[in-house]
Design a protein around this ligand. Structure first.
Ligand code: IMP
Length: 178
């Protein structure tokens, strides 16, 4: 399929995604066994992943959202803007940040700084996708669905200028088609 002049190919199909989401959830269930957890979904890209992950979590969990903006087109701007902050008090709580993808890591760095100031008891990061070759900092990602190369991906919540989030598979965009 050609998308915005780029060739695309399926990187992860919906069955592979579903089974990986179950594995991550079961790890989270084990790690936070007997504890309460606040899950913070980083909008917008995480909303489909979070919806699936959450339904596999069997902990005492409170869910809230933060909306940030960092990208235009397929390039990171490096400027992270908080469009809407969480509406929950996370002080002295176990917090899990749920991201769609960690690319340069600038968003996650800004999120860590932002949330650390709110004094949670613990703060962990879960990201469906991780591009280790693009990450500019050393922030460890506690739960990673899939590590991928630098190519741009769409689908399963990930967008290109607000589009293609509804695709059930994750597609990788290849070089321009003339
Ligand atoms: P970072 O700050 O560069 O780590 O980028 C994080 C944000 O950029 C993610 O939450 C996504 O919204 C967006 N992003 C980074 N790479 C991709 C991609 O390949 N496809 C879609 N969005 C991406």
């Amino acid at each position: 399929m050609i998308i915005n002049g780029m060739q695309s190919q399926v990187l992860f199909g919906k069955d592979a995604i579903a089974s990986r989401v179950k594995q991550i959830a079961s790890q989270i269930n084990q790690d936070f066994h007997g504890q309460s957890l606040v899950i913070v979904g980083v909008l917008k890209g995480s909303f489909i992943f979070l919806a699936d992950l959450l339904r596999e979590i069997d902990l005492d969990v409170q869910t809230t959202f933060i909306q940030v903006k960092s990208y235009e087109g397929t390039a990171s701007t490096g400027n992270i803007e908080i469009i809407q902050d969480i509406d929950a008090d996370i002080s002295d709580k176990e917090v899990l940040l749920v991201e769609d993808i960690v690319d340069t890591g600038l968003t996650v760095a800004a999120m860590l700084k932002h949330f650390t100031e709110k004094k949670p008891r613990s703060l962990k990061i879960c990201s469906l996708l991780h591009k280790p070759d693009s990450q500019l900092n050393e922030i460890p990602i506690d739960y990673v669905g899939f590590s991928i190369s630098k190519e741009f991906v769409i689908g399963y919540g990930l967008d290109l200028d607000g589009k293609f989030r509804q695709f059930p598979n994750i597609l990788q965009l290849k070089s321009e088609v003339s």
